[in-house]
Design a protein around this ligand. Structure first.
Ligand code: FEO
Length: 393
């Protein structure tokens, strides 16, 4: 990636990973990503804010070489390797540089990267580091999305460096986000996949970030926000309690019986004016599923029994839903079985962290008959009642 000036003495020196399509060997990233790293050149000292994924170390070092700067400090906002993984290479290049971070992050960097203890300068919440005519102030913000995360504010230029917070997996040659539906979708996908489990903490941070009133928000993935209100407002909505009148319906079916239940529920809900978002679990895009979870009140999982338990794809969906800790209020399960088993128990065990009310399950032996389909209609009726109680019709 090119070296790009953000402001006088503030350079973007990170890397774009155009072709990456999977993160953590789990999360689809259809638009690639970037690892943003920023060089702050003060009148006396120079600081590098976060680094890049180890796969792109050479690109970072080449960008640093182009600037001709000598790095005195490496600020580590987050120990995850896509931002910290090139710190050892930077320290090798600049042996007198110090890694500036909080105590928790220091421990994690020592664990994950074996950076020697003497390389660290440990800072606390709201502590400042002077670079001469530029000042860095550090704000502890644990759990966005690891326990050690912090934000760095460049006081004179009013730039807030937020690392993962407000990021998006979006490879673009533009420094700043175009405020369009595309960038918002990628930011929402990022929020849903990475940040949603921590929405209560994020609410708190959004309040003081509003008060701080930065001119630029510079995350370490995706484009920067030169109108911070755009992304802060979006986050305020995502972390709020607002729910939409819809049902998520992840399903799988081996021989068509469970699919009959799914189709009936879709029709029955639509007739009641309730939105339905079905996901075929064999082809699911986890990112799209996570996005829909952001404001969904109800999830009905539908899957057949395999041998004596729930279909593995259904267990996977239930596990992920549980891990993402969405705002869900209601949960249900339906499926066909051959000779019994514990599918329902398996699924309910997977969603034990969700604070949800559970609907009466619809479990059908073999091919659904008319009585079974009436139970599906009753489920739709029960969902409609609950949505009316929530005032989201
Ligand atoms: Fe982009 Fe949590 O690392």
């Amino acid at each position: 990636m090119a070296v790009i000036e953000v402001k006088q003495g503030v350079l973007s020196v990170g890397s774009i990973h155009w072709e990456r399509r999977l993160f953590d060997e789990l999360i689809p990233i259809p638009d690639g990503t970037s690892y943003n790293s920023f060089l702050i050149i003060g009148s006396e000292k120079t600081a590098l804010i976060d680094t890049v994924d180890p796969e792109k170390t050479r690109e970072l070092l080449e960008n640093l070489r182009k600037t001709g700067a000598k790095v005195d400090y490496v600020i580590s906002n987050h120990a995850e390797q896509d931002h910290s993984g090139s710190i050892p290479a930077v320290l090798e290049k600049f042996p007198n540089a110090k890694v500036v971070t909080n105590a928790k992050c220091k421990g994690m960097l020592m664990d994950h990267l074996h950076i020697p203890e003497e390389k660290f300068l440990v800072i606390k919440d709201k502590e400042e580091l002077s670079l001469g005519n530029k000042t860095l102030r550090f704000y502890m913000a644990p759990w966005v999305h690891w326990p050690e995360t912090m934000l760095t504010y460049l006081v004179e230029d009013k730039i807030l460096f937020t690392c993962d917070l407000f990021g998006s997996h979006f490879a673009t040659s533009r420094l700043y986000a175009e405020e369009d539906a595309k960038v918002l979708e990628d930011a929402k996908r990022y929020y849903a996949e990475i940040m949603m489990p921590f929405r209560v903490q994020i609410r708190k941070y959004l309040k003081w970030i509003r008060e701080m009133n930065p001119e630029i928000i510079a995350p370490s993935h995706g484009p920067l926000w030169k109108n911070p209100d755009f992304i802060i407002s979006a986050y305020e909505d995502w972390v709020s309690d607002r729910l939409v009148n819809k049902v998520l319906l992840p399903y799988t079916s081996m021989h068509g019986s469970t699919r009959i239940l799914v189709d009936r529920l879709i029709n029955s809900l639509m007739e009641k004016g309730i939105g339905v978002v079905p996901f075929d679990l064999a082809k699911i895009d986890l990112g799209r599923f996570a996005i829909e979870l952001v404001d969904a009140p109800t999830l009905i999982l539908a899957a057949p029994t395999v041998l004596v338990g729930a279909h593995p794809l259904a267990i996977y969906a239930a596990y992920l839903t549980n891990a993402l800790r969405p705002k869900l209020k209601f949960f249900g399960f339906m499926g066909s079985y051959g000779w019994g088993g514990k599918a329902l128990d398996h699924i309910l065990n997977q969603v034990s962290s969700l604070k949800v009310e559970t609907f009466e399950p619809v479990m059908v032996k073999g091919l659904p008959g008319e009585e079974d389909l009436k139970k599906v209609d009753s489920l739709a009726e029960a969902i409609a009642e609950k949505h009316k109680e929530l005032n989201i019709f």
